[in-house]
Design a protein around this ligand. Structure first.
Ligand SMILES: *Cc1c(COP(=O)(O)O)cnc(C)c1O
Length: 365
């Protein structure tokens, strides 16, 4: 089948796919990122020949030389998106073209080669086609897709590698909120930051996550669900969570979210939510929000709601906030009405239960 970039995907079907009965048992309670489909996509890159050897093959461990550059200097990027089962049994994706573009932008920042949008989107079509039985039929479930690329060159010198491996794996996932949407508690980290101006905050690279783990662990220790990072310059303005963007809802219905100034990952969920809000006539402000404004606003009622957004959980209401010196709740700790209405509107478009005036949903099967 044609893959684009004049590369065809060679399909090597698994000789021992998971039997249907076992697959059904696994998919009954998939959790998040624990179970995987039978196949994966790999595409290789060498500076001398460009992208080559595009394959859909049985999912298996990847053999790496101990001197593979990624193991030493972390030249790695990834994406995350979902495929949904439609009512007629087909399969769709949501704004996959935006993930393809962001993957290129991340590659630029990390001095890596670009994978064309044709190859990126082609890899998704090919894998979902082969592993279509792994797309959950459960109306809350989806197939989480994880494209990633890393430096595979065997070389310990410090420079951009000359060889890379692109890979796509897929994992059926259930509802993020088993038993209903539950507001999360945030830990505001005053010790650790995530991204400095000029750094890699806007690139979706594994290194950002590695740097956030100790802060996330601290959040859990403090009885919170997620960490909120502040700006590195003044430790005053809110950037985002470890893997989700943050949005505030004011008492007049305005949405406020930190601007994309290079230290924040430009979330596709963030962009979708802002688009939906503007189109329903809400004011949207992309401007810095200080922790003081957040705390004061929650107390006075100026800030009525806060939510986090990202592909995995879509929209998560924030019920309470904690830091070394203070603690406060938002909207009485309950999910806010604007948060929940935006969530429902977005999920309905994603799942094909509402009209999609934006052309966000693409049918792939
Ligand atoms: C992926 C990611 C997000 C959310 O992006 P979506 O495109 O909405 O999934 C937010 N912050 C960080 C740090 C991320 O890596």
């Amino acid at each position: 089948m044609a893959g684009g970039d004049n590369l065809d995907f060679e399909i090597r079907p698994a000789s021992q796919p998971v039997p249907a009965v076992e697959r059904a048992a696994l998919m009954a309670n998939p959790g998040f990122g624990r179970i995987f489909t039978d196949h994966m996509v790999t595409i290789r890159y060498a500076d001398s020949k460009g992208w080559y050897d595009a394959r859909v093959e049985p999912r298996a461990p990847i053999a790496l030389d101990p001197a593979a550059a990624v193991l030493h200097y972390a030249q790695e990027i990834f994406e995350g998106l979902k495929a949904y089962r439609s009512a007629d049994g087909g399969v769709t994706t949501f704004r996959a073209d935006a993930n393809a573009r962001r993957f290129r932008e991340s590659a630029t920042r990390m001095a890596m080669p670009h994978l064309s949008d044709d190859l990126f989107l082609g890899s998704i079509r090919e894998l979902v086609q082969v592993d279509r039985d792994w797309v959950p039929t459960d109306p809350e479930g989806s197939l989480y897709l994880r494209p990633f690329m890393f430096a595979s060159e065997v070389f310990l010198g410090v420079r951009p590698a000359l060889e890379y491996l692109y890979c796509l794996i897929a994992s059926p996932v259930g509802s993020y909120f088993a038993g209903g949407v539950k507001p999360a508690t945030m830990w505001v980290s005053t010790e650790y930051t995530r991204a400095a101006p000029g750094g890699t905050g806007a690139a979706k690279c594994g290194g950002n996550y590695a740097a956030s783990l100790v802060a996330q662990a601290e959040a859990i220790e403090q009885g919170c669900d997620q960490v909120v990072f502040l700006d590195t310059r003044e430790q005053k303005y809110i950037d985002e969570l470890g893997g989700m963007n943050i949005v505030f809802v004011l008492d007049d219905g305005t949405l406020v979210t930190p601007p994309l100034t290079g230290t924040i990952l430009p979330g596709i969920t963030r962009d979708s939510v802002l688009t939906l809000a503007r189109d329903e006539g809400r004011a949207v402000q992309e401007r810095p929000v200080s922790v003081d404004e957040w705390r004061e606003g929650a107390r006075s009622g100026r800030i009525r709601e806060t939510f986090a957004c990202g592909t995995a959980a879509v929209i998560t209401p924030v019920g309470a906030v904690k830091s070394r010196d203070y603690e406060f709740s938002i909207g009485g700790g309950e999910p806010g009405p604007v948060t929940m209405a935006l969530r429902e509107r977005l999920v309905n478009i994603q799942r094909g239960n509402a009209e999609d005036p934006y052309g966000w949903v693409q049918r792939i099967i």
